[in-house]
Design a protein around this ligand. Structure first.
Ligand code: BV8
Length: 236
């Protein structure tokens, strides 16, 4: 059926950045293997040892700064440029900025961004690719020692959730690319889309824990499967 989709939502996870050379979280050599998530990505860990958490992200930042988008990110740019009369929004769990580097528009970083820092005193968010330390001063309120990576830790609320709710309730095509479907509420987004009648497709190397929630599973590296899927959509 050559349906034209009006509202496309693309949820992405670490797997879409894997072919750009960035580690995922839960593979054998994943990020969480060397740094147990509870030591790094929880608000308790940050309160317990902010410098340790800053160091983890300081180490990650240069690699993410240097990373280049891959054909999966570029396929989304092509879709946004050539698939007419459609709203195409990206909800990413990734803290890298490869979607932006690829020229993707309408990108919502629900788990935050590695190049953003937030002051826990005044709420000011600023961009930096440099190292940040727990005794640094906020450029806005000049308070010292209350700067945190603007990254959503476990136990913290996600960003942009009002927009996300709206997008999921109004989409007719939901693509999930390179996520293990382990972390909530993102792992449950497909159910909202499905209940609202969207076509749901999962792009992954393997069947994930929430694969049963998807109508279609497109197996293989996203750098190959997503460009092929976009070309099919553009033919219609
Ligand atoms: C919240 C920041 C509530 C750090 C991250 C019990 C049951 C259910 C839920 C919970 C529970 N206990 C606690 C919870 C909630 C918790 C949660 O879900 N825990 C899980 C682990 C059980 N969630 C939260 O805490 C969230 N907040 O719920 O708040 C609340 C409400 C009101 C008030 C206060 C609080 C916060 C979640 C965000 C946590 N922060 N990251 C950082 O990024 O450094 S999560 C972390 O996991 C990353 O953001 C990452 O993006 C995310 C998901 O991982 P993936 O992206 O999927 O990466 P992964 O490695 O897992 O998988 C990669 C996939 O790609 C694989 O499937 C692989 O096969 C595939 N792949 C690899 N290469 C390719 C590929 N696919 C295609 N092509 C390839 N080439």
């Amino acid at each position: 059926m050559d349906k034209h989709y009006q509202n496309i939502v693309i949820l992405t996870g670490a797997g879409i950045s894997a072919e750009s050379g960035l580690s995922t979280f839960r593979s054998e050599n994943g990020l969480w293997n060397n740094h147990p998530v509870e030591d790094v990505a929880t608000i308790e860990a940050f309160e317990r040892n902010p410098e340790y958490v800053h160091e983890f992200y300081n180490e990650m930042r240069p690699e993410l700064f240097a990373a280049k988008p891959n054909p999966a990110h570029l396929a989304i740019t092509k879709l946004q440029q050539e698939y007419k009369n459609s709203n195409i929004n990206i909800i990413t769990q990734n803290v890298d900025v490869l979607h932006e580097k690829a020229g993707n528009k309408n990108v919502y970083h629900i788990h935050g961004q590695i190049n953003q820092i937030v002051c826990l005193n005044c709420g000011h968010v600023f961009e930096t690719w440099s190292d940040v330390h727990s005794d640094d001063e906020c450029e806005y309120c000049h308070t010292k020692g209350l700067l945190k990576p603007n990254i959503v830790f476990f136990g913290e609320s996600l960003l942009y959730m009002d927009t996300v709710e709206y997008l999921l309730q109004n989409c007719d095509l939901f693509l999930s690319v390179g996520t293990s479907g382990v972390v909530y509420p993102a792992a449950g987004f497909v159910q909202v889309a499905y209940l609202n009648g969207a076509r749901t497709c999962e792009f992954n190397l393997e069947k994930t824990s929430n694969n049963y929630m998807f109508a279609e599973h497109i197996e293989g590296p996203a750098g190959k499967t997503l460009p092929a899927f976009v070309d099919e959509l553009l033919k219609k």
